[in-house]
Design a protein around this ligand. Structure first.
Ligand SMILES: NC(=O)c1ccc[n+]([C@@H]2O[C@H](COP(=O)([O-])OP(=O)(O)OC[C@H]3O[C@@H](n4cnc5c(N)ncnc54)[C@H](O)[C@@H]3O)[C@@H](O)[C@H]2O)c1
Length: 343
């Protein structure tokens, strides 16, 4: 189902956003004006290309994490400028926790989600936009709309995703296509819309959520594993190009996190035994699910430090290290872990 365009999308305070961005032409115009605003800011001394995010511009560095500030900075006139962030999949789980933490630190946050954006936005004091990330036009309108409204786009968290689980032989093409549409194309659409704008600004940070499954031979979720490996590859390659433009790219690779995702595998798709018991399997595999608030803090700490890969919790980093030491052994270990877990 195509998502409603921005013109139909309601912001959390109940105001209906007008159809300023209805055509590609107007979208380009608003993007141009966002960039012009930004250039004016930079001419006035507000140039942050060489500054890490979460830095207050009043002469001293805020602590990157937990400072309660840092998502704003002062211009040369001493006026505080709030940073602007878009979080896709921000109505639930990891996206919601990241959005909450960013809002707490004073950023202008827009939550974009296929469902529940408005309610989450009200709870967190953010803006909320209904947007399906598999719809390229909707994502472009989201990004250009936010940049035009605030005159800047500091962060894009391409976080929306779905879990797809089952044995390789059980997957229909629908499983593959949904995983590709949301988990991979969703990220592609965000990058395609935001990256040129960030190049023109001369700054910005794209943070893509992949998974530990994007770094390891994670079985029983092939479409998921494939899309998450693609997101890791896309992110690291883009990071290499983007640095020359002052744009940053990070990729988040969490182990199992305690979110509703684990209760909702294969949404709208034929269900599988593995999908039905995703939470139980995750607990068996990892021992304990990592709290989402802890991950959100890890993510923002990694973003502030401009880390390429943000892998958490510690057990996920240990697994990732083992895979790098011996990929062949990792495949064998994945097979035996699977037999143990699914026994
Ligand atoms: N929970 C975990 O164990 C875990 C582990 C590794 C990676 N991840 C990744 O983290 C990201 C967030 O997952 P989560 O655990 O917070 O799950 P979640 O289900 O709690 O949140 C995902 C959000 O994405 C939204 N969404 C789904 N399809 C969408 C679409 N087409 N357009 C816009 N929004 C859409 C959902 O409505 C939901 O609000 C996902 O990319 C997921 O793959 C999760």
């Amino acid at each position: 189902m195509p998502s409603p365009r921005l013109r139909d999308q309601r912001i959390s305070d109940g105001v209906v956003r007008e159809a300023r961005l209805g055509t590609a032409e107007t979208a380009a115009r608003t993007r141009g004006s966002a960039v012009r605003n930004e250039r004016a800011l930079r001419r006035s001394g507000h140039d942050e290309t060489d500054r890490p995010p979460f830095v207050a511009g009043d002469g001293h560095r805020e602590r990157a994490a937990g400072s309660g500030e840092g998502s704003s900075e002062a211009s040369s006139e001493g006026k505080r400028v709030r940073k602007t962030a878009v979080v896709t999949g921000g109505a639930s789980g990891i996206g919601r926790a990241v959005a909450a933490e960013l809002a707490r630190r004073g950023a202008h946050v827009t939550i974009a989600d296929v469902r529940g954006a408005e309610d989450a936005a009200k709870d967190l004091g953010c803006a909320g936009v209904t947007c399906d990330v598999s719809d390229a036009q909707a994502v472009r309108e989201l990004i250009t709309g936010v940049a035009a409204e605030h005159g800047r786009l500091d962060f894009l968290f391409n976080n929306a995703g779905i879990a797809v689980g089952g044995r390789a032989e059980e997957f229909t093409l629908d499983h593959w296509n949904r995983a590709i549409d949301v988990n991979l194309r969703g990220v592609v659409h965000g990058v395609h819309a935001a990256y040129p704008l960030m190049i023109e600004q001369g700054y910005g940070h794209i943070v893509n959520t992949a998974s530990l499954a994007g770094l390891t031979p994670a079985p029983m979720m092939l479409p998921y594993t494939a899309t998450k490996h693609a997101v890791v590859g896309l992110s690291l390659a883009l990071r290499a190009e983007a640095a020359a433009h002052g744009v940053r790219v990070s990729v988040v690779c969490p182990g199992f996190i305690d979110t509703p995702l684990l209760d909702n595998a294969n949404p709208g798709l034929p269900q599988t035994e593995i999908g039905l018991h995703a939470r139980t399997t995750a607990v068996r595999a990892q021992g304990r699910l990592y709290p989402v608030e802890s991950l959100a803090r890890d993510v923002l700490r990694g973003v502030a430090g401009n880390q390429a890969l943000i892998v958490a919790p510690a057990s996920a980093r240990a697994t990732w290290r083992a895979v790098r030491l011996s990929p062949a052994l990792a495949v064998r270990a994945a097979g035996s872990a699977l037999r143990r877990i699914t026994r």
